[in-house]
Each structure stands twice: as structure tokens, then as C-alpha cells.
Design a protein. Structure first.
Ligand code: TEU
Ligand code: CA
Length: 548
């Protein structure tokens, strides 16, 4: 009987609901040819490593042809690979080789904007009559008189003057990332054709960059969640994604639980799920920028996670993540990257992987890689460099700016992967494009593989458990110890079993009492060797129990 039940559940869930997805930032993962930049052959050489970890799919940050103004998020040819990363043949090889390792490749689609070096834009700026002109967002005006005061995410006005045609174009990100005009059905069709071409190459899905910004209406100063957004998404999905069994995840900074239920409607009319950022935006001064640091409001974090878990249950699907290529390293952020680095990295992993949704691991997270504290000369990220300049001009002190950069710079996530304790951490035989974190002599993959107490092994085990027990996928979430100021505790329950997760988020020992009787439960995973003492949690202690 029991076996039968497990089987129906497996049949009812989608592959991407049972999956764990691993994000690769290609330029920082593995360099195969010594030019200091990671590449596709480098990834192919590490597929054994990824299979050993147990992941099901790779989300690959953009590898298409690009002038790299924003590290590939400025695409100049959607149907070719940037020579820096390899060739189209390398990409096809990666898709096939990954398949042999039971890993699917998820491509990063940047559809809100292209590079200004894309053929479409080169044409578009030639004249107002050019057939590609309307692929972008233009407004008349006079030089120096911006259409309005909208700002770009990387600083400066969101409008750029093109003297040849006496018009401004709109860009939500850098000047080299002109926004595409989704109101134009011809542009939309070109995008669908391109996506179907990639589907034909056997990719397993797509991550959609800033997808909630495509329906912008600059005259009304609307960026996220424009009125036509879900209409566009349904058309996009119908014309492309629904033709294959793909996973699709949209990046949506403006998502609320209500919106997420539209995006991830189980009827498959839009996307599989979205990345929402409500938890990510908690440690900043409210109403200000991410650089304006505030301590993490832990009670709020619990409330946010709890609400997303409850609201989306059965009505949508969560993505679960602490990190990506835009965010600081979680162990340095909400863990402890000093004395308790190992314990806190594992605690954060256990907490996240027990929740309902699809977990994402960002490269190096499985090793407990940390933030860096470089001098400004050593940063490469356009957002960081612009912020530094802008805040100096505004009169901030250097110390204050560097404090923000050390805490929040995107380059924290982008330092090269630490493979071993040899030269350049085994990342490259040349000079790395971004300095390696000096702690690579202690923190590296080689030292963790096969060590059952390592962070790597903890991630490996969490992935294995997810494959073993359906309760990870479909169990109902219930928050416990709601008012506890140190502990995050919850259960997940389905017809077969029940998971209990208790995590101490802080560096002090705390006690607790639960109604749940753990004496007849199996301790599935924990981050201290002798974890038999109930009612007490040591610094960053995490335990996950199972009752069958
Ligand atoms: O990020 C969207 C985005 O809003 C971030 O740039 C965010 O503003 C910033 O990282 C945090 O302050 C996506 C990509 O993930 C990012 O790498 C790109 O730079 C951006 O879109 C533009 O394509
Ligand atoms: Ca290379």
C-alpha cells in the first residue's frame, strides 16, 4: 500500500519539483584554456563533480555573444555563443554531455533588453523609419531635457540621447542595455522563434532575467508589473515553453505571493516558478537601497518564509535560494563566516532544503565560500564601480562606501570557484579575471569531497534525502515556535511521513520545548556530531528528523 502511495505522488509531481538546480556563473567556474575566464569546456570537465553532488539541472548564466558590459546580461546575438566561452558546438556538446550525467541545461534568457551592439539596435538607431526602430522604446525630446526623471539601475538617467535621430531610448540597466519594446508583436515573434530554436537544441528550460520588467510603461513610470505583463507571459509560454517538458523560472523582484500564484499557476499557463526577493531585501534600511545596511530582522524572515510556504501550497510553486550571482554569500550574510562557518553554512542549507519548493545552489555555496573585502581597484562589477563613483560624488566617505561594497557587492558571489589549494585555486592556469578569495587555501572542493563532515557532504546528503522521501516535495508546511527569537522550526507533513526541522540562527546556545515527540523519529541530518540532546541547540545547530 505504502509503495503505491509513493508512486502516485511521484507521478503527480513534475520533474522540476523533485529537482535541485545548480547555478553556474560561467566566467567564474572553470577555465579550460588559461585565459583567466571560465568557459564551456571548463564546465564539461566538471560534470563529474556536479553529478557527484547530485544536482539535476544547471542554470547557466548568459553565455551568448555579448560585449560583456554587464557580464553577458547584454546580449548582442541570442543564437551564438560568446567566443570567450567557446562555440555553439561547445554548447551542443555541453547539453549532450550533461545529459549523460543526468543533468539538464537551463539557459538564461535576457528578454527585457539587448546589447546596444545587437543588430536590431544598430538598425533601430539609424532612423525612425527603420523596420527595427520600434523594437526599442523611444521618446522624442530635446538634448538635455529628459522625457522624465526615471533612473537606471546602474546609476544615471534611464534615458539616453541619440543625436542622429533626435530621440531618447529607454534603458532600465546600463546605457549599453537598451530596453526591448514588448508592445511590438514582431519583436515578440522574433523572441519566440529564438527560444524555439534553443528548445530544438535540447535545453531543459530557461531562467528569465528581470521578466517582470518587460511590460514597462515609462510614461507612467511603470517598470515592474506593467498592466500587460501576464498577457505577454501567457503568450510567450503558449508559443514556446508549453511545447516541451521544460522548467521555467522568472526573476521577479516585484513579486508578491498573489502575483506568484499567477506566474506559477499549476495550469502551466505562465512559468514553473519565480525567484522572489522578499526575504533577500530584509537586511537594508526600509525604503532605501541595498547598500544601506541594516541588521537582519529574524522574526520578519520567519514571517516571510512562512507566508510564502503557506500561500503557495497547492496554488503555485516556490523557488528556494539564498544566493545567486547578484547577491553576497549567505554564510557571510546571515551565517557566520568566522568561528562557525561550517556549522552555519550547514544550518542554512538544512533550513532551506527542508522547505517546499525547488532548491537552487549557487556555485561555491556547497563549499561555504565567503564574501571578500577587496580594495576598490580589485572590483570588476559595473554596479559596484558606478555605486562607488556616485556615492563619492554625493559626499559619502570612502570607508562608508567600502563597508557597503564589502557587504553587498555582486563580486562577492563572482570570485572564482575554489577547486583546490593549488595555484589560483585550480580555477585557471592564467591570471583570473577577478581576484581569487584569499581563503582558498582553507576552503576548496578537493578538501571537502569524501569528508563526511564537510559542507559539500551536507549538500550531497540533502539532495539524496529529497530523492528518497516524497514529503520534501509535497509535505504541507507548518511553522513551529513562531515567537522564538533564535530558532527557525517547522514541520512538513504528507500522508506517509513527517519532517521536523529545528535550526538555531545564532551563535549562542538556546533551549526550546516542542510538543513534537522526537524519540520515535529518525535523525536524518544534523551539523553536530553528537546530536542526541533534545531541547537544546548549540550555536547554529540544525537538526532534521523524520517520522515514518
Ligand atoms: O538582475 C536584475 C536586478 O534587478 C539586479 O541587477 C539588481 O538590481 C542588482 O543586482 C541588485 O542590486 C538581473 C541579473 O541577475 C543581473 O545580473 C543583471 O545585471 C540585470 O538583471 C540586468 O540584466
Ligand atoms: Ca577560458
Amino acid at each position: 500500500m505504502k509503495v503505491m502511495k509513493e508512486m502516485t505522488q511521484t507521478v503527480n509531481s513534475k520533474w522540476w519539483q523533485r529537482a535541485v538546480i545548480y547555478q553556474i556563473y560561467p566566467r567564474s567556474f572553470a577555465d579550460s584554456n588559461g585565459d583567466g575566464i571560465g568557459d564551456l569546456q571548463g564546465i564539461i570537465a566538471k560534470l563529474d563533480y556536479l553529478e557527484m553532488l547530485g544536482i539535476d539541472a544547471i542554470w547557466l548564466s548568459p553565455v551568448c555573444r555579448s560585449p560583456q558590459d554587464d557580464n553577458g546580461y547584454d546580449i548582442s546575438d541570442y543564437r551564438d555563443i560568446d567566443p570567450m566561452f567557446g562555440t555553439l558546438a561547445d554548447m551542443e556538446e555541453l547539453i549532450q554531455e550533461a545529459q549523460k550525467h543526468h543533468i539538464r541545461i537551463i539557459m538564461d534568457l535576457v528578454l527585457n533588453h539587448s546589447s546596444d551592439e545587437h543588430y536590431w539596435f544598430q538598425e533601430a538607431k539609424k532612423s525612425r523609419e527603420n523596420p527595427y526602430h520600434d523594437y526599442y522604446v523611444w521618446r522624442d525630446g530635446a538634448e538635455g531635457e529628459y522625457p522624465n526623471d526615471m533612473r537606471a539601475a546602474f546609476g544615471g538617467s534611464a534615458w539616453e540621447w541619440v543625436p542622429e535621430i533626435q530621440q531618447y531610448y529607454f534603458h532600465q540597466f546600463s546605457v549599453k542595455q537598451p530596453d526591448l519594446n514588448w508592445e511590438n508583436p514582431k519583436l515578440r515573434q522574433e523572441i519566440y522563434d529564438m527560444i524555439n530554436w534553443w528548445i530544438g537544441k535540447g535545453v531543459g528550460g530557461f531562467r528569465l532575467d528581470v521578466i517582470d520588467q518587460i511590460a514597462k510603461e515609462p510614461d507612467k513610470k511603470i517598470t515592474n508589473n506593467g498592466p500587460r505583463l501576464h498577457e505577454y507571459l501567457r503568450e510567450l509560454s503558449r508559443e514556446t515553453f508549453q511545447k516541451a517538458d521544460l522548467v521555467t523560472v522568472g526573476e521577479a523582484w516585484g513579486a508578491t505571493t498573489e502575483l506568484a500564484k499567477l506566474y506559477s499557476n499549476p495550469d502551466n499557463s505562465e512559468l514553473s516558478m519565480v525567484f522572489q526577493f522578499e526575504h533577500i531585501c530584509l537586511d537594508q534600511i526600509e525604503g532605501k537601497e541595498k547598500w544601506d545596511l541594516a541588521p537582519l530582522p529574524f522574526m520578519k524572515l520567519k514571517e516571510v518564509f512562512g507566508r510564502w510556504q503557506t500561500e503557495l501550497c497547492g496554488k503555485g510553486w516556490n523557488s528556494l535560494f539564498w544566493n545567486n550571482h547578484d547577491l553576497p554569500r549567505i554564510v557571510s550574510r546571515w551565517g557566520n563566516d568566522g568561528q562557525y562557518r561550517v556549522e552555519s553554512a550547514k544550518m542554512l542549507a538544512v533550513l532551506l532544503h527542508g522547505l517546499q519548493g525547488t532548491p537552487y545552489i549557487y556555485q561555491g555555496e556547497e563549499l561555504g565560500m565567503t564574501n571578500v573585502q577587496y580594495e576598490i581597484e580589485d572590483y570588476r562589477d559595473i554596479e559596484t564601480l558606478n555605486l562607488y563613483r556616485e556615492r563619492l560624488e554625493k559626499g559619502y566617505s570612502r570607508e562608508e562606501i567600502m563597508r557597503s561594497i564589502h557587504a553587498k557587492s555582486r563580486d562577492n558571489a563572482r570570485t572564482p570557484m575554489q577547486w583546490n589549494d593549488g595555484a589560483n585555486a585550480g580555477f585557471t592556469e592564467g591570471t583570473p579575471w577577478l581576484k581569487i578569495n584569499p581563503n582558498y587555501r582553507e576552503i576548496h572542493a578537493k578538501g571537502q569531497i569524501g569528508d563526511e563532515d564537510s559542507i559539500f557532504s551536507c549538500y550531497q546528503k540533502l539532495i539524496r534525502l529529497r530523492k528518497e522521501y516524497s514529503v520534501f516535495v509535497d509535505g504541507d508546511f507548518q511553522m513551529l515556535l513562531e515567537n522564538d527569537r533564535n530558532i527557525f522550526a517547522y514541520t512538513r507533513t504528507n500522508a506517509d511521513s513527517r519532517l521536523l526541522v529545528v535550526c538555531n540562527f545564532y551563535d549562542t546556545t538556546v533551549s526550546y520545548s516542542l510538543e513534537e515527540d522526537v524519540t520515535d523519529m529518525e535523525l536524518l541530518i544534523s551539523n553536530y556530531k553528537d546530536a542526541d540532546q533534545t531541547g537544546v541547540l548549540r550555536p547554529y545547530e540544525a537538526r532534521m528528523y523524520l517520522k515514518k
